[in-house]
Ligand binder design. Structure first.
Ligand SMILES: C[S@@+](CC[C@H](N)C(=O)[O-])C[C@H]1O[C@@H](n2cnc3c(N)ncnc32)[C@H](O)[C@@H]1O
Length: 452
């Protein structure tokens, strides 16, 4: 029931599963008769159903005698939840069908419950592999459509990810499969306020693993609760993907001639990278200015930075009309708004909401913000252009345009040496991280030096 309510909210109100679920789970716990295992199951059902929606729609379409667009959305939600239980969990088939029919009876009425029963009995005739053989076009006929159905991604996203990743079938299959896995929770110990060792000491040995590459990272194993750690509650540590840590560290570690006193984060909200940079800046005697257009998100940045051991400033400002003087910073981070195609594993519904047109909406803003970054840094200083999307239209295309405009007065640096020990960074000079290769979100990083 709770999983159904969450799916309805996501479908009907364009809500985000990660925002809708916690209050529903809280309410269920308060009513009693609902424990941690129930919460874990409900969460898995919602996330799994949303992620796998593309595959499940193809299966349901093969079991009903009308187009899916003519099936009422609440009926489709009950069916999808039932299909996920049948094909994506170890719940026994009879239990999955009877629970779904019972749910349909309560929320949809007897007539539709019969329809749900008939469809799910057909679905139960094969397992997931059996269905994929039946509903996915053969790889050799249409590789992208095959992968779209098998790995439940919109075809245009398969195509875009493959363009950026390059290579053959194995790599893209691994990437798409990684998007369907629940990501590990990674913590960051904010420099000068906590250490990774302190975070690990606060957890059982099995509950915490060291970061793969970031000295500030701690990876939580299954069931690790960030809120149970004092340093997280006090804001001395936070939840942050290791890829986000790596790009911030790369900017901080790029060698610089001359002064290194003024750092800028031009798109700082909600403040994860700003908090890491502010701590590093404090260790070097530098000051961070964190700017964010949305005032309420600037408030989140202020909260993330409160308690930083060195000086910093947070302002609400539009990075395309910066209030600061040109050339006044030694290091600049521009972590621009983007489609988020590199973080699909975190937002199960995002892949179905995004449209190719979104790229056109972001393009001028991304270019404008990178222009600001290049204008804000002094000659000899360095800019990190960052996205949490690997789409080439948001990464290389934006950087190439900026370099053309700054012909002779900006150069792309090889970013790879600034991510020491990280394997599979490609041919450079920019860096693309990948969930299936690095266990991180697909963050993109270009380091650009102003030369004149
Ligand atoms: C990808 S997020 C940044 C994430 C952040 N660096 C972090 O690690 O927590 C992009 C941010 O840019 C902000 N933004 C959008 N347009 C902006 C603009 N014109 N100037 C400054 N910030 C902007 C968005 O509100 C959003 O908070």
């Amino acid at each position: 029931m709770l999983a159904f309510e969450a799916l309805r909210a996501v479908d009907e109100r364009d809500a985000y599963a990660n925002l809708v679920l916690p209050p529903l789970l809280r309410k269920a716990r308060e009513k009693g008769d609902f424990d941690g295992r129930d919460a874990a199951l409900a969460t898995e059902l919602v996330y799994g159903t949303l992620r796998r929606q593309g595959t499940y729609d193809a299966v349901i379409a093969a079991c009903v005698d009308r187009p899916l667009s003519e099936v009422d959305p609440p009926v489709l939600d009950v069916l999808s939840l039932g299909v996920h239980q049948l094909l994506g969990t170890r719940i026994p088939s009879h239990a999955a069908v009877s629970a779904s029919v019972e749910l349909a009876r309560v929320v949809l009425g007897d007539g539709r419950a019969k329809f749900v029963n008939a469809v799910l009995r057909k679905v139960a005739q094969h397992d997931l592999d059996g269905w994929l053989e039946r509903v996915a076009p053969p790889y050799d006929d249409d590789p992208e459509d095959h992968l779209a159905v098998v790995h439940s991604h919109p075809r245009w996203i398969v195509s875009a990810l493959w363009d950026s990743l390059g290579g053959g079938r194995d790599g893209i299959e691994d990437l798409l499969a990684a998007d369907n896995e629940r990501p590990e929770v990674t913590l960051v110990a904010r420099p000068g306020r906590a250490t990774a060792g302190e975070l690990r000491d606060a957890l059982d040995d099995e509950a915490a693993l060291p970061g793969r590459w970031s000295p500030y990272a701690v990876r939580l194993s299954e069931g690790g609760e960030p809120g149970a750690i004092e340093a997280v509650r006090e804001g001395r540590a936070g939840v942050q993907d290791e890829g986000s840590q790596l790009v911030a560290l790369a900017l901080a570690n790029t060698p610089l001639d001359g002064p290194d006193k003024a750092w800028l984060d031009g798109c700082a909200g909600p403040g994860g990278k700003a908090a890491l940079l502010a701590g590093l800046a404090a260790e070097r005697g530098a000051v961070l200015l964190a700017a964010e257009k949305q005032p309420h998100r600037a408030g989140l940045v202020a909260r993330a930075l409160a308690g930083n051991p060195g000086p910093y400033q947070v302002i609400a400002a539009d990075g395309t009309r910066p209030p600061w003087r040109p050339g006044s910073f030694d290091r600049v981070l521009m972590d621009v708004p983007c489609t988020g195609l590199g973080a699909l594993r975190r937002r199960p519904e995002a892949r179905w909401r995004r449209r190719p047109d979104d790229l056109d909406d972001f393009a001028p803003l991304q270019r404008g913000l990178l222009r600001t970054a290049l204008a804000s840094v002094r000659v000899g200083g360095v800019v990190a252009y960052v996205t949490c999307s690997p789409h080439l239209a948001e990464t290389r295309a934006v950087v190439d345009d900026a370099l053309k405009q700054y012909d002779g007065s900006a150069e792309l640096l090889d970013a790879r040496p600034q991510l020491p020990g990280v394997p599979a960074l490609g041919d450079g000079p920019d860096v693309q991280l990948w969930p299936h290769l690095h266990g991180t979100d697909a963050m993109y990083l270009a380091l650009i030096r102003r030369t004149g």
